[in-house]
Design a protein around this ligand. Structure first.
Ligand code: CU
Length: 177
């Protein structure tokens, strides 16, 4: 079980890394607020100098985890349905690995209206497997896991919940510092 989880994590990191490295210059193509596509030279400059406004949060490529990966368990038992821990404070660039322990299926879902402004595009890109926008696939069996990168997302509070068990109070909060 432990090896399976680690293999999945490594595979996820490789996929995220490959996307993040290869598509950097394409990241602004979905930003339709710009009057014209930026030439390659301008793209290089913006990569070297952090943007002052919110434009940098528009992205189509997943950003690889550069910091620590935190562990959250998904549990459903006689005490109820919950994430453990349900409250996390992490750094921008960290990742969170959600692992199914019992009582599934569980998943991890965010609401674009409750996460920080401008976070939706990058967080969507950072979630490896989604059955709907900002909703991870179901984790059916013990040991199934999904790792979500919080690299390049805006700092702030990210409430999340389990779609099948929201009514039963299975939810949590990740604060990105
Ligand atoms: Cu659940």
């Amino acid at each position: 079980m432990r090896f399976i989880g680690q293999a999945a994590l490594i595979a996820g990191a490789i996929v995220l890394g490959a996307c993040g490295g290869g598509q950097k210059n394409a990241a602004t193509t979905t930003d339709t607020t710009s009057a014209a596509p930026a030439p390659a030279a301008a793209a290089s400059e913006s990569a070297a100098t952090p943007a002052a406004g919110g434009a940098a949060t528009t992205a189509s490529a997943g950003a690889a985890i550069t910091g620590k990966t935190w562990e959250v368990k998904e549990i459903g038992d006689e005490k109820g349905y919950r994430y453990e821990p349900a409250t996390l404070t992490i750094k921008q660039g960290d990742g969170v690995k959600f692992t199914m322990v019992s009582g599934g299926p569980h998943n991890v879902a965010f609401d674009s209206t409750t996460i920080p402004a401008g976070a939706t595009a990058q967080l969507t890109a950072n979630m490896p497997n989604q059955m709907a926008p900002l909703q991870s696939n179901f984790m059916m069996n013990p040991g199934d896991a999904e790792t979500i990168s919080f690299a390049k997302v805006p700092k702030g509070v990210y409430p999340f919940h389990c779609v099948p068990h929201l009514a039963l109070g299975m939810k949590g909060t990740i604060t990105v510092q």
